[in-house]
Design a binder for this molecule. Structure first.
Ligand code: AMP
Length: 285
């Protein structure tokens, strides 16, 4: 039976109590509208910890003006049912006012690795993410925290932050969960009309084209990038980026790379989708 906690102090206490009872806390931060991608993080947490805390908070700080904060899907009752079915111990679902008092004036910021890709197109986004996740880490205390590689750069930024700031948190990146046709699960997929849902497969086609070329021995980042870009450009209304970068630094790959991250962000109407594959590591999308 998942217990719903609304107050930060209650959440902190629940995690402290769990540790006092020799349980290992597994943290799964989400913005809700849960799907099988989120559920895979719960399953992974359960395989590594025995007290599972899922947080459900649409963090206003990581949305820029004009982004989809107000229309972001909120499906609390079905999220809770999903958590209960999967044996989540506590669901921490604070009101925004409980996380950010009117006097709130602190931010946590990671430089370098947060600047390319998403950082170039959503300049305040990662500061919002690192600030809220710092708060969640501080409340949860020592734990293992699960993030999806669907938000690949976010995982890398948060891993860096936890290391740099000596946080007692093990940050884990979990594989991307996809639909049968390859589209990565995302809470934002529900914005897509039937025809846009079909067009969204342009991203999958791009990632597969790069993947197949890599499998046939292509190692030139620019060639792999162009192969990924072509179907996205054809299907989407607007492209933020298609990049071929080093999976650790997110900078230009070294000559003869052993792995390359292909990362894509593109718009279909008012919906922005992101996806990626690590060539040399991931399975075919
Ligand atoms: P969100 O609720 O979109 O902020 O996502 C919460 C967590 O779930 C993040 O760590 C995401 O990377 C992860 N996630 C979202 N979609 C997927 C997916 N398709 N596969 C794996 N993880 C995902």
């Amino acid at each position: 039976m998942s217990k719903v906690l609304r107050k930060p102090a209650e959440f902190r206490q629940a995690c402290e109590d769990a540790r006092a009872a020799q349980r290992h806390v597994g943290l799964v931060p989400t913005m809700g509208a849960l799907h099988d991608g989120h559920f895979s993080l719960i399953d992974e947490a359960k395989s590594r910890a025995d007290f599972i805390a899922l947080t459900l908070f649409v963090n206003p700080l990581q949305f820029a003006p004009g982004e989809d904060l107000t229309r972001y899907p909120r499906t609390f009752e079905s999220d809770l049912a999903g958590c209960r079915e999967r044996g989540v111990d506590v669901v921490f679902a604070p009101e925004p006012g409980a996380m950010y008092s009117p006097e709130f004036q602190t931010g946590v910021s990671v430089k370098g690795i947060s600047e390319p890709l998403e950082g170039g197109f959503r300049p305040s986004h990662f500061d919002g993410v690192t600030t809220v996740v710092t708060k969640l880490f501080n409340l949860a205390g020592p734990c293992i925290a699960m993030f999806g590689r669907k938000d690949y750069q976010q995982w890398k930024v948060l891993s860096r932050m936890a290391l740099d700031l000596d946080m007692p948190i093990e940050v884990v990146g979990c594989p991307i969960i996809r639909e049968d046709d390859g589209l990565a699960l995302s809470s934002r997929n529900r914005y897509l009309s039937t025809s846009d849902r079909t067009r969204a497969l342009g991203i999958v086609a791009g990632l597969r084209q790069a993947f197949d070329a890599w499998e046939h021995g292509e190692r030139e980042p620019d060639v792999l990038r162009s192969l990924a870009e072509e179907p996205v450009r054809g299907a989407f209304d607007r492209l933020d980026y298609v990049a071929a970068v080093d999976p650790e630094t997110l900078a230009a790959p070294s000559p003869s790379p052993r792995r390359i991250l292909i990362a894509v962000a593109a718009h279909l109407g008012t919906t922005r989708l992101i996806d990626n594959v690590v060539l040399g590591e991931d399975a075919r999308p």
